[in-house]
Design a protein around this ligand. Structure first.
Ligand code: CA
Length: 222
């Protein structure tokens, strides 16, 4: 689950980033309206947490411009009760949810998960390839009746591969979605994690769900 935070209060942004990463999200952070607009339009986020009072371009303006461009990424707005705007404005402009500051982190995570479950209509509740099933809401993976326990990163990787099943994905593309856009390490980390996954979802079952595409990367076969 890749998420963008647009928040100019750097301390708050960093606290949110750390907390959400611990919850298994892949998180990018920007601090101004124009950066938020650019990032949200340029990348394929699963959801955006958008503050209202932002330098240069307000959160409302960012939201309005995204919707005008027919970008329907789910957006949760952070509103301030004493602000110039209120919640009604957020919904009018096409926000999917809002939270008033100050808010509890637990509530934010619950709202984000609800938003992701609602998601785009094309996003199925349970992702499947044959008898391999991943439930994003319950955060469980099964092969047939058997439960497979994955780490947060393995889960994120399988989730991404399942959503793009049939497509050949480059290591770089996988890195950008499952790690984060600014990950500067070796892209062979993808190879390592594909190995971990194969040992859990394929080797014990004699299946070959994740194919190596020579010169490109990987493909999850259906
Ligand atoms: Ca602000």
């Amino acid at each position: 689950m890749r998420l963008l935070i647009v928040e100019d209060e750097r301390e708050l942004a960093e606290t949110l980033r750390r907390g959400l990463v611990a919850e298994g999200f892949t998180v990018d952070v920007v601090h101004t309206g124009p950066d938020g607009l650019w990032s949200a339009a340029e990348h394929d986020y699963d959801t955006v947490v958008l503050d209202i009072m932002l330098p240069e371009l307000s959160g409302y303006e960012v939201l309005k411009r995204l919707r005008t461009k027919e970008n329907w990424t789910p957006i949760l707005m952070l509103t301030a009760k004493d602000g110039e705007y209120d919640e009604a404005d957020a919904f009018d402009l096409g926000a999917d949810d809002y939270l008033s500051k100050p808010f509890s982190f637990v509530v934010l995570v619950a709202r984000l998960r609800a938003l992701l479950r609602r998601g785009a209509p094309a996003r199925p509740a349970v992702l499947a390839a044959g008898d391999l099933k991943l439930d994003p809401a319950a955060r469980t993976v099964h092969r047939g009746e058997r439960r497979i326990v994955l780490t947060t990163r393995e889960f994120g990787l399988l989730d991404f591969l399942l959503r793009r099943q049939g497509a050949a994905l480059s290591k770089n593309e996988i890195l950008g979605h499952v790690w984060d856009a600014h990950y500067e390490g070796d892209e062979n980390v993808v190879e390592v994690y594909v190995g971990y996954l194969r040992r859990k979802i394929d080797a014990p079952f004699g299946t070959h769900t994740i194919e190596t595409v020579r010169g490109v990367g990987y493909r999850l076969v259906t």
